[in-house]
Design a protein around this ligand. Structure first.
Ligand code: SAM
Ligand code: SF4
Length: 496
């Protein structure tokens, strides 16, 4: 049942955002001094006001730009250490009744091959992801009147219930679907949803109206309050974000901070995660192929750094929309979760697997096309948008471990131990990430190395675990050593 939005105020303070940006543009004098003060405050984990964020976004001097990136990088290390959470998206349906001009799934796209996974097809996708070593999935859905909350809940249940081999198991299901009513969100809560994720796309109302021509999504306020309703239904962990490329990126960033602050004020806790998708080319979506406000990689990197400084304890999520080298840079300045080896249409993982096996049985001269199919999109006519990082999960893990010293994590402990919402935030603020998340990363990484890793990744990974153990205080090291030994002896899913 849909609740009305007519009485709700738009809590985004558009005038304040415009004046913060105008103020930052006009006050050039003494900027460097002010920037140093702001960075000092941010490094003390006190966050940023919209005006301070605007000042950092508009800073022009190369030294200031460098100082912003370096401070974000230090802050990230201080809170998150070298841990990096991994997940994969899983598209369930590309049926959609909305007309979002930037999306390949929009209702008028007759070039798109429409597909909704059957239960068997869904199980096949899940087993493939489990066989790669994934433990955390983000389920993605188009919006369609016949595919409501009960049906979404059933697909979640199927994912949780599907296990492959001795160890394959999805332990956390996050959901990115259209905004629901409080009653419908309760249905997803009962099914064990991890994070509910919903992007506002653009906070700028005239742009929102121009981009969403038809369907329930054209109601700006219904979407703006989606995360409030999810929290009212008891879903403690919610994720937000704008879609960069539709309107002025700096405006979108300040509005995201405004949204996060309002959520905290009204619901007692801000977003668990923020994402920052950038428009990628999509079949039949002219806006995506020629973004009205495209931003450079440099500007995008600054945006991520400012987000990290503004929301020190919020997970920042990066998708495979971006290329591998840029992903590395963004991880350095703030990203704490990444997707890997993603397919952006329903059935994409099974397609890739079939293509890979055909490729193995084919003469070498023929294998080009299948290579492309297995490493890239497979069916461009079915996918939502094109991805920019086509490496396998093992290649990504090897790269982040061997070349950058990051510790991959598939941990799902907090959510399963009830450490969600404000409990998680309180924990994060008192150093809980080092106490719980880091040890749990080591345990899940050890599982990955034993069950899924290539020999090269295993060698690099075992060395990393050894180094990490040596850096632990004595009491924690002993506890971890005994848990790691139990995992090597065949136990799984141990956490602190
Ligand atoms: N249908 C639901 C909705 O719109 O909220 C959820 C699924 S939708 C596929 C997930 C997200 O994909 C959207 O919120 C939007 O930010 C993003 N998206 C849409 N078109 C895109 C494009 N061309 N490039 C990058 N991201 C895109
Ligand atoms: Fe449908 Fe979501 Fe794509 Fe809009 S963004 S067309 S609602 S799938």
């Amino acid at each position: 049942m849909r609740n009305t939005t007519r009485h709700l105020p738009d809590f985004i303070d558009h005038n304040r955002i415009e004046s913060a940006l105008a103020g930052a543009r006009s006050s050039r004098k003494d900027d460097s001094l002010r920037i140093r003060d702001i960075l000092e405050k941010a490094e003390a984990k006190a966050g940023l006001s919209m005006e301070e964020a605007a000042c950092l976004l508009r800073a022009e001097a190369p030294d200031d730009a460098q100082a912003i990136l370096e401070t974000a990088s230090r802050l990230k290390k201080a809170i998150y250490g070298n841990r990096l959470v991994l997940f994969a998206p899983l598209y369930i349906t590309n049926e959609c009744c909305n007309r979002c001009l930037y999306c390949g799934f929009q209702d008028t796209n007759t070039k798109l091959e429409r597909r909704t996974l059957t239960d068997d097809e869904l199980r096949e996708e899940v087993r493939i992801l489990e066989a790669q070593g994934q433990k955390r999935l983000l389920l993605v859905y188009g919006e369609h009147p016949t595919l409501g909350a009960e049906w979404i809940a059933r697909t979640m249940r199927t994912v949780y219930e599907t296990s492959s081999g001795d160890y394959g198991q999805i332990r956390r299901v996050n959901v990115n679907c259209a905004p629901l009513s409080v009653e419908d969100f309760r249905i997803l809560k009962a099914e064990g949803i991890g994070t509910y994720q919903c992007f506002q796309e653009t906070y700028h109302r005239p742009t929102y109206a121009a981009m969403h021509l038809r369907g329930p999504k054209s109601d700006y306020l219904w979407r703006l309050y989606a995360l409030h309703r999810a929290m009212e239904a008891g879903i403690d962990d919610v994720g937000m974000g704008p879609l960069f490329g539709l309107h002025d990126p700096d405006y979108e960033l300040l509005a995201t901070l405004n949204h996060a602050a309002q959520l905290e004020k009204d619901c007692g806790v801000g977003p668990h995660t923020v994402s920052f998708p950038r428009l990628e080319p999509a079949l039949g979506a002219d806006v995506a192929n020629r973004p009205p406000h495209a931003l450079t990689d440099e500007h995008f990197t600054r945006i991520v750094a400012v987000l990290r400084l503004a929301l020190p304890y919020t997970g920042l999520i990066l998708s495979t929309r971006e290329s591998a080298p840029l992903r590395t840079r963004l991880i350095e300045v703030g990203v704490s979760q990444i997707s890997a080896a993603s397919r952006t249409y329903p059935g994409g993982y099974a397609d890739a697997q079939r293509a890979a096996s055909q490729n193995r049985n084919r003469p070498a001269c023929d294998s080009h096309a299948a290579d492309h199919l297995s490493s890239n999109s497979g069916r461009p006519q079915a996918q939502q948008f094109a991805t920019g990082d086509h490496r396998s999960l093992d290649e990504v893990v090897h790269d982040i471990v061997a070349n950058h010293g990051y510790l991959p994590s598939w941990c799902t402990a907090c959510y399963r131990a009830g450490r969600t919402g404000d409990h998680f935030m309180d924990l994060a603020k008192t150093g809980g990430i080092q106490k719980f998340c880091h040890p749990n990363s080591l345990l899940t990484f050890q599982e990955y190395l034993l069950d899924y890793a290539s020999p090269q990744t295993r060698t690099e990974g075992e060395q990393l675990i050894k180094r990490e153990l040596e850096a632990q205080p004595e009491s924690r090291r002993q506890k971890l050593q005994s848990l790691l030994a139990r995992i090597r002896n065949g136990e799984r899913d141990l956490y602190i």
